[in-house]
Ligand binder design. Structure first.
Ligand code: ADP
Ligand code: MG
Length: 225
C-alpha cells in the first residue's frame, strides 16, 4: 500500500536576480512500513523536501499525496489538522515542550485533537523505548538520547501515516545515534510504521531499508540497502 507519493516537486527561491532551485523536480513513492533514508550533502535540498512532504512548507510546483490525500492544495488550517493526525515529526533538536513532563509531551498531539489517548498503546511505546522510569521527568532532566526517545514516542503515539525525521541523530554521539536508530527501526517494523529520515551520515543511513540520494535538488540514486 502506498503511503507517500511526490510528483515532480519543485521549490524555487528568488534571491535578487537569481533563482535558487532548492528542489528541481523530485518524484518518489514510499510504501507502508518502509524505513527510508534521504542522504545528500549540506544544501542539497533534504530539509526543503522533508518540510514539503510534511506540509510544513509549500512547493512552487508539483504534488504531494499522503495516504492518497493530496496535501498540495490544502489551506493552512486544513494542513495543521492533517499534520497533527497523520504525520509524526522528529527533529534534530527534539522540540519537546519544556514545561511538560515526558508523559504530557508524548500525549500532547493526541490531546490537542480532543481525543482520549489509547493508554495501552502509549504504555507499550513507553516500555519499548525504555522510558518507564522517566514518565514524570521534565525534558531538561533528560540526556539528548532520552529526549529523542521521547520525541519518537510522541511521533508514534498518534499512529500517524508517516513519521518524518530531519537529522534525528544530528545532536547525538555515535553510540547514542546507533541506539536511537535501532529504536526507530524496531518500532517501524513492529508497528509497520512508515518512516522517512534525513541524515548526512552514511553509517546511519545503512540501517534503513532504502537510501535515496539527493544532490542539487534532484534525486540521483534510490536503492534498497
Ligand atoms: N528560505 C530560503 N530562502 C532561500 N534559499 C533557501 C531557503 N531555504 C533553503 N534555501 C536554499 O535551498 C537549498 C536547499 O536547502 P536545504 O533544503 O536546507 O538543504 P539541506 O537540508 O540538504 O542542507 C540551499 O541552497 C539553501 O540555501
Ligand atoms: Mg537540512
Amino acid at each position: 500500500m502506498e503511503i507517500l507519493r511526490a510528483e515532480n516537486v519543485k521549490k524555487y527561491y528568488m534571491m535578487g536576480e537569481n533563482i535558487v532551485k532548492a528542489l528541481d523536480g523530485v518524484s518518489l513513492n514510499v510504501e507502508r512500513g518502509e524505513f527510508v533514508s534521504i542522504v545528500g550533502s549540506s544544501g542539497s535540498g533534504k530539509s526543503t523536501l522533508l518540510h514539503i512532504l510534511g506540509g510544513l512548507d509549500v512547493a512552487t510546483e508539483g504534488k504531494v499525496e499522503i495516504s492518497n490525500i493530496d496535501i498540495s492544495k490544502m489551506s493552512s488550517d486544513e494542513l495543521t489538522i492533517f499534520r497533527r493526525r497523520k504525520i509524526g515529526f522528529v527533529f534534530q533538536n527534539y522540540n519537546l515542550v519544556p514545561l511538560m513532563n515526558v508523559y504530557e509531551n508524548i500525549v500532547l498531539p493526541i490531546q490537542l485533537d480532543g481525543i482520549k489517548p489509547d493508554e495501552m498503546f502509549i504504555s507499550e511505546i513507553i516500555r519499548l523505548l525504555g522510558l518507564e522510569e522517566k514518565m514524570y521527568a521534565m525534558p531538561n532532566q533528560l540526556s539528548g538520547g532520552q529526549q529523542q526517545r521521547v520525541a519518537l514516542a510522541r511521533a508514534l503515539a498518534t499512529k500517524p501515516a508517516i513519521i518524518l525525521a530531519d537529522e534525528p541523530t544530528g545532536n547525538l554521539d555515535s553510540k547514542t545515534s546507533q541506539d536511537v536508530l535501532g529504536l526507530i527501526k524496531m518500532t517501524s517494523k513492529k508497528f509497520c510504521q512508515t518512516v522517512v529520515m534525513i541524515t548526512h551520515n552514511d553509517e546511519i543511513a545503512q540501517m534503513s531499508d532504502r537510501i535515496i540520494r539527493i544532490e542539487d535538488g534532484k534525486i540521483y540514486g534510490d536503492n534498497m540497502v
